[in-house]
Design a protein around this ligand. Structure first.
Ligand code: P6P
Length: 348
């Protein structure tokens, strides 16, 4: 018996972890895996076909869409539609959520929030990009699912994952019982278990942030950068700066080596740049499941109650000791508003 365990075999094996599971979540994860292999094929040959460059359109964020952004979005929506397990897709590339009304999906109970191709500005220069997804169970019992089914706290996620299209293609996901990584073996077209039970190092020496925004950072972030850059051999400082400009790639590296990724508020992004539902929540769920932490500088990312589809937040995520130090300096120099009672009331 070969030592290979495919994603499909692993999902089925772990299905036993969920007594209520009747296979729907397993099939949903399978659908996402299939779409990511199709996207991977296009990402890998992007330079050879007319799929690079701008699509000539902009998304609701006002960001120029790359042809691969649009292609990836279409592939994931198509796979989720034909898979029949998802009733709503909330995607970075669509202004509103996409309701899946196909006959096969009318009783579907899962919601998928997705950034189909994160870091797309890197596509044209052959740098790693990624897909980020988050899966919720719909809250409403009957009728058509609504926005209230989408606007759920990160703690309500039943699964989350990302695909990194890099030197190799990996799918990393959690269902709340640890984090496992699968590397795509092109020779058999299967994601194979390569990184079982992933754990983020408690401490690290890598920090990831766009220092070009320095003048616009909160004082607490400026203090953290100075802390990271001062020499102190006992704490292995100065740290190393690594910033790819692709959240999936930066966080994946930090998950394996240890580190902190920060996207604080800036003048251009007074609420932070990254989106809560399909970037920060899934990455926070994964990192917490791997033993790390994720906050907005004070509040746990997963506790933030979304009030709108493309809501943004600042994020400090990674090795718990590094995130804690950043939070200490943020509390002292740039205190973040705590989530009040009203903030924790679910949108129903
Ligand atoms: P900036 C990519 O657009 C992204 O959403 C993340 O993947 C990445 O970490 C960040 O934005 C890069 O933003 O402002 O540094 O170019």
């Amino acid at each position: 018996m070969s030592g290979i365990k495919t994603l499909g075999q692993f999902i089925i094996e772990k299905q036993a972890d969920f007594s209520y599971a009747k296979g729907e979540l397993s099939r949903l994860l399978r659908d996402i895996g299939i779409a990511s292999k199709i996207v991977n094929r296009e990402v890998n040959k992007a330079g050879l076909v007319d799929i690079l460059g701008d699509a000539g359109t902009t998304n609701i964020q006002g960001e120029g869409q790359k042809k691969l952004d649009v292609y990836a979005n279409e592939q994931f929506i198509s796979a989720l539609t034909s898979g029949g397990e998802c009733c709503i897709v909330a995607t970075e590339e669509e202004d509103d959520f996409v309701r899946i009304d196909s006959p096969v999906s009318q009783n579907a109970k899962y919601i998928v929030c997705i950034d189909p191709l994160d870091g797309s500005s890197n596509i044209d220069v052959n740098v790693a990009v990624g897909t980020i997804f988050s899966i919720y169970r719909r809250k409403s019992i009957e009728g058509k699912a609504t926005l209230a089914d989408v606007l759920q706290k990160g703690t309500e996620q039943v699964a989350a994952g990302y695909v990194i299209y890099g030197s190799s293609t990996m799918l990393v996901y959690t269902t709340g019982k640890g984090v496992n990584g699968f590397t795509l073996d092109p020779s058999i077209g299967e994601f194979c278990l390569s990184h079982p039970d992933m754990k983020v190092p408690e401490d690290g020496t890598i920090y990831s942030i766009n220092e070009g925004n320095y003048v616009h950072f909160p004082e607490g972030v400026k203090k953290y950068l100075k802390y990271a850059q001062v020499e102190d051999l006992a704490t292995k400082r100065p740290y190393t700066s690594r910033y790819i400009g692709s959240m999936v790639a930066d966080i994946h590296r930090n998950l394996i080596k240890g580190g902190i990724y920060m996207y604080p508020t800036t003048s251009a992004s007074p609420n932070g740049k990254l989106r809560l539902l399909y970037e920060c929540n899934p990455m926070a769920f994964i990192i917490e499941q791997a033993g790390g932490t994720a906050s907005d500088g004070l509040n746990r990312i997963l506790d933030i109650v979304p009030t709108e589809l493309h809501q943004r937040t600042s994020i400090f995520i990674g090795s718990p000791k590094m995130v804690k130090m950043a939070e200490i300096l943020m509390e002292e120099y740039s205190p973040v508003k705590p989530l009040g009672d009203i903030d924790t009331v679910q949108v129903v």
